[in-house]
Ligand binder design. Structure first.
Ligand code: F6P
Length: 370
């Protein structure tokens, strides 16, 4: 058996742990040869690959980033280096030439969409869900998310002591693209007073009301805002556009905008911290190392059973898999009826919207946590 592996899209803690688990499981249990493609689909397009031996994938479990490299813009159906040309036949050609039995594609929704299209052309694919944003459909978790949450909540802890000392409003902006999973989890873990998510456009007056109320008592306020959050009738703050990328928008800056919006409405000084890529760097948490290892091993098992065109998933504490088409180009949002939102509201967190609808007395006897 000869299996390819690549990492696509933005990097994420746990990528190396997945590569290690896929490669070791396949080498040891199936006697497979493993080929690593460099920089995602770019390696398949530009014929950049190398054979991975056991030593290459040893000692990388705790290493951040990806030993294979990754690339945001390497789309075989719209290749940025050749004016948006469809070069997918080149990928198929190399796949056949190398005599590959399958490729393990580790990536987010955009990468899964490319993987699905390659599968349609006859390339056997198994996907592994990666992203700090935790926004992939059909899986309860993506690896990398736990690490990002740990980093963001530690940042909130640190901002809390300085905010408290000065009696300031501290705004912390998390990543997460169009979803608020990181802000929600880190905000709860860090004891934020206000959590603003793209899923619930905020009412500025409500946010200011919470800050003013706290000015009279605790004197400081922590606001966790997801980069994709917007005010009611407002728009997402776009930091830059990259038209050659499958997702051209780069978000960032809502924390600064919110500071300007709040200034005339409160007495306290306001400071904004944008966490940015620090949330994606460094070693994965123990949880992400374990999840990545399980995902990688399960991907290898799908290959051993010749179950292709599927993405590994974690659902209700079960390792399972779902068709790539169910994940491609889709986004999993924080649902309004999630218990996490209700429980945060119950302990006094404001989501910048009216607290109606979050009453614990109305909860059913069994409800989804997220
Ligand atoms: O999808 C992961 C992510 O880190 C998002 O949270 C963020 O919006 C985006 O990638 C940043 O992309 P880039 O690394 O291209 O700036």
């Amino acid at each position: 058996m000869r299996i390819g592996v690549l990492t696509g899209g933005g990097d994420c803690p746990g990528l190396n742990a997945v590569i290690r688990a896929v490669a070791k499981s396949l080498m040891v249990q199936c006697g497979a040869e493993v080929i690593g493609f460099e920089e995602g689909f770019l390696g398949l397009i530009e014929r950049r690959y190398r054979k991975l031996d056991y030593r290459d994938v040893s000692g990388i479990l705790a290493q951040g980033g990806t030993i294979l490299g990754t690339h945001n813009r390497a789309n075989p159906f719209n290749y940025y280096l050749e004016g948006g040309a469809d070069v997918s036949d080149r990928v198929l050609g190399l796949y056949k030439e190398l005599g590959l039995d399958a490729i393990v594609v580790i990536g987010g929704d955009g990468t899964m969409s490319m993987a699905y299209r390659m599968q349609q052309m006859g390339v056997n694919i198994v996907g592994v869900p990666k992203t700090i944003d935790n926004d992939l459909m059909e899986t309860d978790r993506t690896f990398g998310f736990d690490t990002a949450v740990a980093i963001a909540s530690e940042a909130i802890d640190r901002l809390q002591t300085t905010g408290q000392s000065h009696g300031r409003i501290m705004i912390v902006e998390t990543m997460g693209r169009y979803t608020g999973w990181i802000a929600l989890h880190a905000g709860i873990a860090g004891g934020a007073d206000v959590i603003l998510l793209p899923e619930f456009p905020y009412d500025l007056e409500e946010v200011a009301r919470v800050c003013r109320e706290r000015e009279g008592r605790q004197r400081f306020t922590i606001i966790a805002v997801a980069e994709g959050a917007t005010a009611k009738d407002g728009e997402m703050v776009v930091r830059e556009r990259d038209e050659s990328s499958p997702d051209p928008l780069r978000l960032g800056g809502i924390g600064n905008l919110l500071r300007e919006q709040l200034k005339p409405l409160v007495d306290s000084e306001i400071r904004t911290t944008i966490l940015g890529h620090v949330q994606r760097g460094g070693t994965p948490t123990a949880f992400d190392r374990v999840l990545s290892t399980n995902f990688g091993c399960f991907a290898a098992s799908l290959i051993a059973k010749k179950q292709f065109g599927r993405m590994v998933a974690l659902k209700d504490n079960h390792m399972t898999s779902v068709p790539l088409i169910d994940v491609a180009d889709k986004t999993r949002l924080v649902p309004e009826n999630s218990f996490m939102v209700t429980s945060a509201a119950a302990v006094g967190v404001s989501f910048g919207v009216s607290p109606e609808g979050f009453e614990i007395a109305n909860l059913g006897s069994s409800i989804p946590l997220e």
